[in-house]
Design a protein around this ligand. Structure first.
Ligand code: GDP
Length: 302
């Protein structure tokens, strides 16, 4: 329901599709598809995906496979669903068998990293998982305090830097060692998010990754990139850059309860082949949902 109401703006801009398809006839195909492409662009699907979708519809229409407006609409939904799921990557968390599993949460400031980490802790704890939090955003003073509040809210243990100027990698390393010694199932690591164009952040993330791999071979099991769902197509270059430097294994798209436009999510998933694992649909502790591609497509197109 929250996803559905969050996408009301996207549905509004795509409502034109229904009108167009209602009166569609074969002779009108080019004009209708041009307008459909325009509607997808307005909803932030981006030029590449919009063209790809419309082109495959055109092919199917000309081949006589789609014979009515409602068939075209269904094919449109199906092709978006395919773009979201075709790369076959798992949407569930992949935590491996070595304990503790390490999950790093990365992304630019304000996107919802700390909040998502707190909500994820809650989800895992509800499933009976023993969770340890690591306050790896040592750059922003308030970040550790914010994570401590989440630790309290979710009844989780937390490791924070024991002094100024402690490096993020050292906090994560300390947390993973503690996790290993004390039999934790999962260590959830917060990280810094100063502007992604600042190269030293990327260096820091690489150092964090190496530090945890030194303790647990194969860790981190997941590096989840948090993307603010209201930032539109800006999320694409952000995702590219984080992926190139640290290798992202999954996405958390936040603020989908607000005035998000869904198209850009499809672009990121298709271009980078990284699955969305969770979506944030509010600021509350239970407002993180596993990604459901069908519900997502239904919320966009109704
Ligand atoms: P960080 O800097 O990436 O750690 O971001 P924060 O976790 O501090 O979140 C920034 C703001 O976004 C906070 O006010 C959060 O409450 C808010 N926020 C995070 N996720 C969501 C979401 O899914 N929906 C809404 N409406 N707000 C969110």
């Amino acid at each position: 329901e929250k996803l559905f109401s969050g996408f009301s703006k996207t549905r509004e801009s795509l409502a034109v599709v229904d009108e167009l398809l209602l009166y569609w006839n074969l002779a009108d195909t080019d004009r209708v598809l041009d307008e459909l492409e325009e509607a997808l662009l307005v909803s932030d699907f981006g030029p590449r995906i919009s063209f790809k979708i419309v082109d495959s519809l055109r092919e199917d229409i000309l081949a006589g496979k789609l014979k009515s407006g409602s068939e075209i609409k269904e094919a449109l939904k199906k092709s978006v669903l395919q773009l979201l799921t075709s790369k076959g990557a798992k949407t569930e968390l992949q935590l491996g068998y070595r304990k503790p599993a390490v999950v790093m949460i990365v992304g630019v400031n304000g996107g919802g990293k700390t909040t998502s980490l707190g909500k994820l802790a809650r989800r895992l704890k509800n499933e009976g998982v023993k969770v340890l939090l690591a306050a790896g955003d040592t750059f922003r003073a308030a970040a550790s305090e914010q994570l401590e509040i989440w630790a309290e809210r979710t009844g989780s243990e937390i490791v924070v830097a024991d002094g100024d100027k402690v490096k993020a990698a050292s906090v994560l390393s300390q947390a993973v060692k503690k996790g290993k010694l004390e039999g934790y199932d999962v260590v959830l690591c917060d990280t810094s998010g100063r502007l992604h164009t600042n190269y030293s952040l990327m260096e820091e993330l690489v150092a964090c990754k190496k530090a945890v791999a030194k303790i647990i071979p194969g860790a981190p099991n997941e590096i989840l990139l948090v993307l603010d769902g209201t930032t539109g197509l800006n999320m694409l270059p952000q995702a590219r850059e984080f992926n190139e430097v640290v290798g992202i294994t999954g996405l958390i798209v936040t603020k989908l309860d607000g005035s998000a436009r869904g198209g850009c999510v499809v672009s990121v998933v298709d271009e980078l082949g990284i699955p969305v694992k969770f979506v944030g649909v509010g600021e509350g502790v239970d407002d993180l949902q596993p990604f459901d591609a069908e519900a997502f497509v239904d919320a966009i197109f109704s």
